[in-house]
Design a protein around this ligand. Sequence first.
Ligand code: NDP
Length: 387
Amino acid sequence: MKNVAIFGATGSIGASSLDVLARHADRFQVFALTANSRVEALADLCAKHHPKIALIADSTKKDALAAALASRNLSDIEVWAGEADLAKLAALPEVDIDILAIVGAAGLTPTFAAAQAGKRLLLANKESVVCGGHLLMQTIADSGAELLPVDSEHNAIFQSLAGASKADRQSLRLILTASGGPFRHRLDLSQVTVEEAVAHPNWSMGQKISVDSATLMNKGLEVIEARWLFDVTPDRIDVVVHPQSLIHSMVQYADSSVIAQLGSADMRTPIAYSLAWPERIDGGAKRVDFPAIGQVTFEEPDFNRFPQLGYAYEALRAGGGASIVLNAANEIAVNAFLNRRLKFLDIARACRVMLDTMVQSAPMTLEAILELDRAARIKTQEVITQW
Ligand code: NDP
């Protein structure tokens, strides 16, 4: 029996993870659940899954969580709170598997704590790889932790790399597929609304990643993620638009053979794969009905209408802290867009301004990464407040 802690349990990946875990209660135990501030949602999950620990990241809500649990006769569940407790939980000896599904750079602290403690990491939080990929991979190599990428593209690549030799890895190309998002055919993006931006054609996801998919920033973050997870330079990472989201990504080898992973657009597949690896278990996803799909198509991504994809390559090539600055600018701008304070096109504008203006040191420690992230957020906020 493996004890599992879910960071970001109240989110979309959290829900998919809990669904898979419930299907395999003989193998996995829900040991701990965390949320940021949604006390009632977390308490409801606790009533259903009975973890040993419930953690609320916003420590001002600790008493409210204790009360919500008491009102459900769940006072035996330990209540933890705050960022330091997130790190402590990720490294707790009783925890075997950490599912890292917090959204944004807030996921960095527990991700690094899990990596340092040598855990199995099911990593959905792409922003921690984008901001600290080099250091994270080094930390994992040093501690002997196991990193299983949950992001469907990287999980597909991980699967497609099975059996690849060291020589293969030095010559291969990664081909990330992108659905193209909701605005693949829309020429004028100036009047895009929040509702339109979060309505992804194929995947049901949290709000931030849905907006990132609409701007193609999500694919850009995935390019950066792939660079670190698989130690492949950006010139060997391609993006192809594949609107049916059947092929989740591909690896092209030296002989031009392409190995791909296919499946329905359901995050329970990569989660189930990562939980049980190297075994395979049922995650509940529908089997692919090929005749019903009919045909699959491919297109070039449009770097002009969706400039943030290009910014990600640019940040990778610039090195230093450019990816951290880009990620922070994007998070602040997306949040402002979701709160209807910025227009859709201002998200890319904020990223451009920040890439051009912020001094980009090359942080070597987690503290320095977090510091640059904080500084970039403050600066972005200053910039967009003037618009
Ligand atoms: P959601 O917005 O649905 O959920 C986010 C979760 O993180 C919630 O539990 C939220 O708590 C918690 N959270 C938010 N801010 C903080 C914070 N500052 N400190 C601690 N916890 C916080 O996100 P998703 O599930 O969509 O995405 C999670 C991560 O997985 C992202 O990095 C995303 O890019 C990645 N991902 C998601 C996919 C998907 O299909 N959804 C696919 C591939 C990757 P609360 O509810 O209290 O706000």
